[in-house]
Write a protein that binds this ligand. Structure first.
Ligand SMILES: [Zn+2]
Length: 220
C-alpha cells in the first residue's frame, strides 16, 4: 500500500522533531537512512534528501499534540473515494474508526510548502485522516502502529465502498461501539503483529513471544 512515493514519520516525544524516511521508497530504507527533521522542515540528521512533502508531517505534529505518527501516500481506492461528493460513507467495520468523517482537502497538488500544509491541517481539524483530492491521503495516529493500520483500513473501506456503490445505496452505520474502535486505533494489537509476520519483519516465534497474554474471559 505504501508504494514508492509514500512517506511515514514518527514524532520524537518531548522534542520539536520527527523521524522520516528519505526521498526514496520507504520499504528500501534501512534504519541508518532515516532522517531527523525539525518542525521547521530542517533536516538535522540522516543523509537525505527528505521528501518534498515533509511539511505535511511537520504541520500535523505542530498542531496536534495527540498525533505521534503520520503517513502520506497515494492509495488508489482512497484517491477515488476522495473524488466523490459524499466522500467516505462509514458503512462497515473497516470504516468505523473514521465515522466522525474524513475531510477532503481540495487544494492538494504536492503539499510542499508550510502555507499549504497549514491549510491542510486546519481542514483536518480533530480528525484522523484526510483525503487530498485527486492526490492521496494523510492518516495520523497516536503511534506508528495505529497510523499504519488505520491507513490500510481506510484504503480497504474505500475499496469496499466503491464495490458496493454499484449495487446499492450506502448508508452510514450508527456509531455504536465507536469507543472500542478508538481504542483499536491506539492499540492495534491484532493487526500489527499480523502485518509484521506477513511482511516477514518478524518470525511467528518472535511475534508470539511478544504478544501480550490474555487472561481467561478477556477477548479482543
Ligand atoms: Zn503526495
Amino acid at each position: 500500500m505504501l508504494n514508492g512515493s509514500g512517506h511515514l514519520s514518527a514524532r520524537i516525544p518531548g522534542t520539536e522533531t520527527f523521524l522520516i524516511n528519505p526521498r526514496f521508497a520507504g520499504v528500501l530504507a534501512d534504519p541508518k537512512d532515516i532522517c531527523t527533521v525539525t518542525f521547521d522542515g530542517k533536516r538535522i540528521a540522516g543523509k537525505g534528501p527528505i521528501p518534498s512533502e515533509s511539511p505535511i508531517h511537520a504541520a500535523v505534529y505542530r498542531a496536534r499534540p495527540d498525533v505521534g505518527s503520520v503517513i502520506h501516500c497515494h492509495a488508489r481506492y482512497s484517491i477515488l473515494v476522495g473524488l466523490l461528493d459524499q466522500g467516505l460513507i462509514p458503512f462497515n467495520r473497516e470504516a468505523r474508526i473514521f465515522s466522525d468523517g474524513v475531510p477532503v482537502f481540495h487544494d492538494s497538488h504536492g503539499i510542499n510548502s508550510f502555507d499549504l500544509a497549514n491549510r491542510m491541517v486546519e481542514n483536518l481539524g480533530p480528525h484522523w485522516a484526510t483525503f487530498l483530492r485527486g492526490h492521496g491521503i494523510v492518516v495520523a495516529g497516536p503511534g506508528i502502529e495505529g497510523a499504519c493500520v488505520s491507513a490500510i483500513q481506510l484504503e480497504r473501506a474505500c475499496q469496499d465502498q466503491l464495490l458496493m456503490m454499484g449495487v446499492t445505496e450506502l448508508k452510514p452505520m450508527t456509531d455504536a461501539g465507536r469507543g472500542r474502535n478508538q481504542a483499536r486505533l491506539e492499540n492495534p494489537y491484532r493487526a500489527w503483529p499480523f502485518l509484521l509476520w506477513k511482511h516477514k519483519v518478524k518470525s511467528k516465534a518472535q511475534i508470539r513471544a511478544g504478544i501480550r497474554t490474555l487472561k481467561e474471559g478477556e477477548h479482543y
